[in-house]
Design a protein around this ligand. Structure first.
Ligand SMILES: Cc1cc2nc3c(=O)[nH]c(=O)nc-3n(C[C@H](O)[C@H](O)[C@H](O)COP(=O)(O)OP(=O)(O)OC[C@H]3O[C@@H](n4cnc5c(N)ncnc54)[C@H](O)[C@@H]3O)c2cc1C
Length: 417
């Protein structure tokens, strides 16, 4: 295996790496392109996306859904390879799209394996070499070529290299942070990373007994006196804190913020006064009940009991007929503003995405080429760009991978002449 000479070496067989390979080969079938993947198969993470259904894009894609030190960096690639281009691309490979809530796009079969299979088939049809179980551990710039080494001491030379190794979220699915090290060793700067699109750890007193409960709610992220962001959806309580789509969404804005908290609104459809009136009415018709059963039919019983305790009800055996208006206002306030301190996140092992990464200031977003070393390109999550929950991260992988592959191929072809 020693001394394999390549035009383009792509490090990482994830979403952005496979897209970059297919985009490069589109420029010329004569290019000698190889994808290096450290796991025993490519695209493992794709299989886990969208709960196994692969939310591969979102019709509402625009740069406003992206974050990082310079989110505008994403604008050109997203416009160069748009959502329509993505849908057409997958359609020509056989993946018919299905649109669900908030513009989320999935394969019609709702199987993530459909997206991966069509990419793998296309790599094979286009004769792109795929090396699996090959972790690239070193890249050296030697004259006009790059020398790559893998963990088994095999070496390869390539005229250009596309680094598509992802971040460090969910390392069991492939991205272990080694792509950061490769780019740093080539002289690139890195922005601090955080796990994002991740479950939140909270103080456990306020969620005691709620493990496993799912409920519709609005969850606000509070920092200082400010509401940073608020999202509504199905909230899941766990033994360590909270999870579910609204939590993943707000976790994107948590990066770098200390002493933040969340406020849960269990009745977002009503303002506090309306909640008070609903409670007052219930008190009249349910005066024969105890506090323990007062919320049944309005809120999850266990959630109701915690709210009752927070509002000052010491004993759940208290009769509803004893509820005062002052108590009802306290109950209404806790239903609308149930506060929990955030003590951390569930970490990279459970995060869907890495916030931060290699600084985009040292890349040209028209080509995805490094401004530090000519011939080095990067795409996907390894760069300091991350998107909201809802298909935006895969869209970034497709768009940035497309531009990197195309421009890298054009550069190789230019020097071939
Ligand atoms: C559980 C889960 C669910 C998700 N759901 C969605 C969703 O529904 N929609 C959405 O838009 N986004 C989703 N995401 C995020 C999305 O999957 C990623 O943002 C996207 O896959 C990033 O693509 P990438 O190619 O940059 O990196 P990755 O997909 O991480 O691929 C990088 C690849 O490079 C390989 N690699 C790394 N280093 C090396 C090396 N040194 N040598 C060789 N190979 C290397 C890795 O093994 C990996 O296969 C989800 C993520 C997770 C973890």
């Amino acid at each position: 295996m020693k001394g394999t000479n390549l035009d383009i070496a792509i490090i990482g067989g994830g979403a952005s790496g496979m897209m970059s390979a297919l985009s490069a080969v589109k420029q010329s079938e004569k290019l000698n392109i190889a994808v290096f993947e450290r796991l025993d198969r490519v695209g493992k993470k794709i299989l886990a996306t969208g709960n196994g259904r692969c939310n591969f894009s979102n019709i509402n894609t625009s740069v406003s859904h992206y974050h990082g030190q310079v989110p505008d960096f994403a604008d050109y690639p997203l416009k160069e390879f748009t959502v329509d281009d993505t849908v057409n691309f997958f359609n020509t490979l056989g993946v018919f799209p299905r649109e669900e809530r908030d513009g989320r796009l999935y394969p019609f079969s709702l199987q993530a394996s459909a997206v991966l299979d069509c990419l793998r088939n296309e790599l094979s049809r286009r004769n792109i070499t795929v090396y699996t179980s090959r972790k690239i551990i070193d890249i050296k710039h030697k004259g006009s070529v790059f020398r790559l080494s893998d963990q088994d001491k095999n070496s390869y030379t390539a005229k250009s290299v596309i680094i598509a190794g992802g971040g460090c979220a969910s390392p069991s699915l492939g991205s272990d942070g080694s792509a950061f090290d490769l780019l740093k060793s080539l002289g690139h700067r890195m922005e601090k990373t955080y796990p994002t699109l991740v479950q939140l750890r909270t103080d456990t007193e306020g969620i005691k007994g709620l493990k496993g409960i799912k409920t519709e709610a609005k969850v606000s992220l509070i920092h200082g006196d400010r509401i940073i962001t608020a999202k509504q959806g199905e909230l899941l309580f766990t033994d360590y804190g909270i999870s579910g789509p609204p939590v993943f969404d707000i976790s994107v804005e948590l990066t770098g913020k200390k002493n933040a908290s969340v406020e849960i609104d269990f009745m977002p459809e009503y303002d506090e006064k309306a909640v008070f009136e609903i409670l007052k009415h219930r008190t009249g018709v349910l005066s024969h009940l105890t506090a323990e059963n007062y919320f049944v039919g309005l809120l999850n019983k266990r959630v109701g009991n915690l709210i009752a305790r927070r509002a000052g009800i010491q004993k759940l055996s208290m009769s509803v007929s004893e509820f005062t208006e002052v108590l009802l206002w306290k109950l209404a306030a806790n239903i609308k503003h149930y506060s929990l301190n955030i003590t951390g996140t569930q970490g990279y092992d459970n995060a869907q995405v890495t916030a931060g990464g290699i600084s985009v200031a040292e890349f040209d977003n028209k080509t995805m080429e490094s401004k530090v070393i000519s011939g080095i390109f990067a795409c996907g999550e390894v760069l300091d760009i991350y998107g909201d929950c809802g298909g935006y991260n895969l869209q970034w992988a497709w768009s940035s991978g497309y531009v990197a592959g195309r421009e890298c191929a054009l550069k190789c072809l230019k020097y071939r002449k």
